[in-house]
Unconditional design. Structure first.
Length: 275
């Protein structure tokens, strides 16, 4: 996180209301507090708070206040279907100058504005946010000020990196690539272990090898300035074992085609959820 983002969090004087403190919302809250947000500025609306959230309440955050608290910033981390059913419960926290930041998949700025006013930031994080290694893509409605955008950026950056786009229509593909993407990586580890068992490895060893290989390769990709294609080529000796495997994975019905179809399916579903 940049020093500017740190300052933005530490200098917040209004209340930040977090609607939904599940895994993603809870990870964001933990990140904010770790980056210097005054706990007294945080208000959490969560009907089923975890032990971790209850513990944070003991440190000063306001949990499920009986009277709605005016929000300078409202962060909505509910499931989309929950928001559609209980958006009215969020509305009392919205004032004339409230900035609403939504991390709900498939929920458009237009649909958010019916409940949360005109100043909306729509964002799509992913689950590595839980360990501070997420990536979030955000888009702001036209009436969001530069100062409000800076606050949203600081709040989102507390759990990883942030990219901004100007075209909201890109968010469906963002959801398909980075929002859903961790599941694709976990499936790779799962299937690599299964294939190892089929090749004769004990299940426990195959699982350890697959997990360590995927995790280590991801860390190498994170630290390296080389393109993924170059890292792949560096592992591949002509006519060797890796090349034999890649001939299958990169064949006519290989990973490229499967991934293209998978991302297209997730993009289409994201568009359907927005209707």
């Amino acid at each position: 996180m940049t020093s500017d983002s740190n300052n933005a969090l530490q200098n917040i004087t209004g209340n930040i209301v977090l609607a939904g403190a599940g895994k993603m919302g809870g990870a964001m809250l933990t990140g904010w507090l770790a980056q210097g947000l005054d706990p007294k500025r945080a208000v959490v609306i969560e009907p089923a708070p975890s032990d971790e959230i209850r513990a944070l309440a003991a440190k000063g955050i306001q949990l499920n206040p009986a009277t709605p608290v005016a929000a300078e910033t409202l962060v909505i981390a509910l499931k989309p279907q929950t928001f559609r059913e209980s958006g009215a419960a969020v509305k009392p926290f919205v004032g004339a100058g409230t900035l609403a930041v939504s991390i709900m998949a498939g929920t458009t700025i237009a649909s958010l504005q019916t409940v949360c006013g005109e100043t909306i930031v729509r964002a799509m994080p992913n689950t590595p946010a839980a360990i501070g290694r997420g990536i979030t893509v955000a888009v702001a409605a036209g009436k969001v000020s530069a100062a409000q955008r800076a606050v949203a950026d600081a709040l989102l950056r507390a759990t990883g990196s942030v990219e901004w786009v100007d075209d909201e229509s890109l968010m469906d593909a963002v959801t398909a690539v980075s929002g859903s993407g961790p599941a694709y990586v976990f499936l790779l580890a799962e299937e690599l272990a299964r294939a190892g068992v089929t090749a004769g490895l004990p299940e426990e060893l195959a699982t350890k090898l697959a997990r360590a290989t995927v995790a280590g390769s991801g860390e190498l990709l994170h630290r390296s300035e080389l393109a993924a294609a170059m890292l792949r080529q560096n592992v591949t000796s002509p006519g060797g074992t890796t090349a034999a495997a890649l001939d299958v994975l990169m064949g006519a019905d290989g990973l490229r085609q499967l991934m293209t179809r998978a991302v297209a399916a997730a993009t289409a579903r994201s568009k359907e959820l927005a209707k």
